[in-house]
Design a protein around this ligand. Structure first.
Ligand code: XMP
Length: 534
C-alpha cells in the first residue's frame, strides 16, 4: 500500500483516490500516525508514503510534523506542498515564510534536461519528454497547479532542485534515495501530467505492482466462495450496515439463491431501516430475504433494564435465539443450511489474531453485532470480506449495485437505539428517539456534511426539564445530539457543527418531536468519553 499522511489539505482524499485509480491500494491516515503504528498492520505492505499538503505553515506553533521514523524509513516519500516543506524542514533544510506573498493557481514548471536520469527519485519525470515529443536534451515545461505561501529556500543535505517556476526557484526537489518534494499539486486535474507524475512515483520509484482493482477482487472472491460453498445453502444475517450487505451480495453473485438473508427487526432500529432493507434486498437486488419481526420479544426482555451492559447482553442473547430459531425453520422448509456468512473484514481478522492477544486493555463495553454469533454455532463459516479493507468493501458494494447511500452509511451499533435511550427502554421512548434521530440525520445530510462525519445521532436522556411553549409550561425530555469526526472509531473528536446547523436541528427537534423540549450538544471527545453514551 501507499500511505498518505493527511496534513489537512482539501485534496488529501483525492490523492488516495488517484493512487487507487492506478490500481495501487492506498490509505489516508492522520498526520501524526507513527511508523510503529503502521508496522502493527503488516498486511499494509507499505511501499511508500505521500505527505499531503495542508493549511499550516511549518512556522505555526501547532504545525503538524511527520514521525521522523517515517522520514528515516528508507521507503520512498513524495511530499506535496506542505508535505514538501515538512521534508525540507525536518531533514535540515529551510523553508522561507510567505511574507504575504502567495503563489496560487496555474503556473509552469521548467524541468531542465537530465532531471529524469537514472537515480531513483529523478525518475519522477521519466517518460514525460517523450510524451511531449521532445528529446532528452530539451527542457520540459509542465503546466501545474500551485497553492502555497511558504517555499523551500535551503535544501536538506543530499537533495537537488529538479524544477523551478518563474517566481519560485525551488518547485521540485529530490534526494536520490527516493525522497521527492513537489511544490505543486499533482493530484488535481489542473496539473495536466499529474497522473503521469503520480504513476512515476508509484511504479518507477516505489515499484508498486498495480494489481489492485475492485473488479479483480470481486472475480477472485466470487470464485473462492463458489468453490467453498458448492451446492450447499448459506444464511446471512443482515445488519443494515455495509459489511453484511456486501458479504451477501458477493455470496449471491457466487451461488445465487442458495443464499437466504435474514433481517431481524429488534424494535430498536432507526426510522425506515427495515423498509429500506426490504426495498433494497428484495426489491432492488432480488436476493431472498426473510424479515423476522421480533420487536415484542426484545422489548419484553428489555423492560425496566437500565444497566448498559445488561442491555447489550440481553440483545446479544436474544438475537442469537431468534436467529437460530429462524435457521431451523428455514431448514425444515427448504432443506439443511450448512453455512453462515459473516462480514468480517481483514483488519478485524488481523487485530483479533495479532501479537497483542495478551493485551491488558480493559473492556469498556461489550460490542455486540449481528456477525458476533457464538463459536459453537452449528454452521460452517464463510467470510468473503476476510481479505478486504473497509474502503474496498465500499467500492465493491458500489460495483455490485448497492445504493450509494447505503455504501456510505455511518456505522450503527448492533444493540441499536436501545443503547441510545438512556435508562429504561420502551416503545414510547424508542419512538421519540427514532423521530429525533431522523431529524438530526436529515439536517446533517441537507448541510452536505454527512460523509465528513464518522457518526451522528440523537440520544434520548432520562432527564426532564421545564420549558415554555405557547403560554404553557412543558416538562419534557432532553435530547442530546452527538456528531463526531474519526478515522478509526478508536478515538474521535466532537464535530464542530456550525451554529446555524445546530440551531436548525434544535428548532426542529423541539417543534417536531413530541416529548422533547430541550436540546444539548455533546462536546466531549473520545477519550475520555466514548462515541455512544452507553
Ligand atoms: P464507542 O461507543 O465504544 O463506539 O466509542 C465505537 C464504535 O463502535 C460502535 N459500537 C458498536 N458496534 N456493536 C456494534 O456493532 C456494538 O455493540 C457497538 N457498540 C458501539 C459505535 O457506534 C461506534 O461506531
Amino acid at each position: 500500500a501507499i500511505i498518505v499522511l493527511d496534513f489537512g489539505s482539501q485534496y488529501s482524499r483525492l490523492i488516495t483516490r488517484r493512487v487507487r485509480e492506478s490500481h495501487v491500494y492506498s490509505e489516508l491516515v492522520p498526520a501524526n500516525t507513527t511508523l510503529a503504528e503502521l508496522q502493527q498492520k503488516p498486511y499494509l505492505d507499505i511501499k511508500g508514503f505521500i505527505l499531503s499538503g495542508g493549511p499550516s505553515s511549518v512556522y505555526d506553533d501547532d504545525a503538524p510534523i511527520c514521525d521522523p521514523a517515517i522520514l528515516q524509513s528508507g521507503l520512498p516519500i513524495l511530499g506535496i506542498c506542505y508535505g514538501m516543506h515538512i521534508l525540507a524542514n525536518q531533514l535540515g533544510g529551510h523553508v522561507a515564510p510567505a511574507q504575504g506573498r502567495r503563489e496560487y493557481g496555474p503556473a509552469t514548471i521548467d524541468v531542465p534536461p537530465n532531471a529524469g536520469d537514472d537515480e531513483q527519485a529523478f525518475r519522477i519525470f521519466a517518460g514525460l519528454a517523450e510524451q511531449f515529443g521532445a528529446s532528452k536534451q530539451d527542457s520540459l515545461h509542465l503546466p501545474v497547479w500551485m497553492s502555497h505561501g511558504d517555499s523551500v529556500d535551503q535544501l536538506p543535505a543530499g537533495f537537488r532542485v529538479l524544477a523551478c517556476t518563474e517566481s519560485n526557484p525551488v518547485a521540485v526537489i529530490a534526494h536520490p534515495q527516493g525522497l521527492i518534494g513537489l511544490q505543486f499539486h499533482p493530484e488535481v486535474t489542473h496539473t495536466k501530467q499529474g497522473k503521469e507524475l503520480i504513476n512515476n512515483f508509484l511504479f518507477r520509484i516505489c515499484a508498486c505492482a498495480g494489481d489492485w482493482t475492485s473488479g479483480s477482487v470481486i472475480e477472485e472472491t466470487v470464485e473462492q466462495i463458489r468453490s467453498r460453498i458448492g451446492s450447499e445453502r448459506v444464511l446471512c444475517a443482515l445488519s443494515g450496515g455495509v459489511d453484511s450487505a456486501v458479504a451477501a451480495l458477493l455470496i449471491h453473485r457466487a451461488v445465487g439463491d442458495q443464499l437466504t438473508c435474514v433481517f431481524v427487526d429488534t424494535g430498536c432500529l432507526r426510522a425506515g431501516e427495515r423498509e429500506q432493507v426490504v426495498e433494497t434486498f428484495s426489491g432492488h437486488l432480488h436476493i431472498p430475504l426473510v424479515v423476522v419481526d421480533a420487536k415484542r420479544r426484545f422489548l419484553a426482555r428489555l423492560a425496566d433494564v437500565v444497566d448498559p451492559e445488561q442491555k447489550r447482553k440481553i440483545i446479544g442473547e436474544e438475537f442469537i435465539r431468534v436467529f437460530e430459531e429462524e435457521a431451523e425453520r428455514l431448514a425444515e422448509q427448504k432443506g439443511p443450511i450448512a453455512f453462515l456468512a459473516q462480514g468480517t473484514l481483514y483488519p478485524d481478522v488481523i487485530e483479533s489474531t495479532s501479537h497483542d492477544t495478551a493485551s491488558t486493555a480493559k473492556r469498556i463495553k461489550t460490542h455486540h453485532n449481528v456477525g458476533g454469533l457464538p463459536e459453537d454455532i452449528k454452521f460452517k463459516l464463510v467470510e468473503p470480506l476476510r481479505t478486504l479493507f473497509k474502503d474496498e468493501v465500499r467500492e465493491i458494494g458500489q460495483a455490485l449495485g448497492l445504493p450509494e447511500e447505503w455504501v456510505w452509511r455511518h456505522p450503527f451499533p448492533g444493540p441499536g437505539l436501545a443503547i441510545r435511550v438512556i435508562g429504561p427502554v420502551d416503545e414510547g421512548r424508542l419512538d421519540v428517539l427514532r423521530a429525533a434521530d431522523k431529524v438530526v440525520i436529515e439536517e446533517i445530510r441537507k448541510a452536505g456534511i454527512y460523509r465528513e462525519l464518522g457518526q451522528a445521532f440523537a440520544v434520548l436522556t432520562p432527564i426532564q426539564s421545564v420549558g415554555v411553549m405557547g403560554d404553557g409550561r412543558t416538562y419534557a425530555n432532553v435530547v442530546a445530539v452527538r456528531a463526531v469526526t474519526t478515522g478509526d472509531f478508536m478515538t474521535a473528536d466532537w464535530a464542530r457543527l456550525s451554529p446555524d446547523l445546530l440551531a436548525r436541528i434544535s428548532h426542529r427537534l423541539v417543534n417536531e418531536v413530541p416529548g422533547v423540549n430541550r436540546v444539548v450538544y455533546d462536546i466531549t471527545s473520545k477519550p475520555p468519553a466514548t462515541i455512544e453514551w452507553e
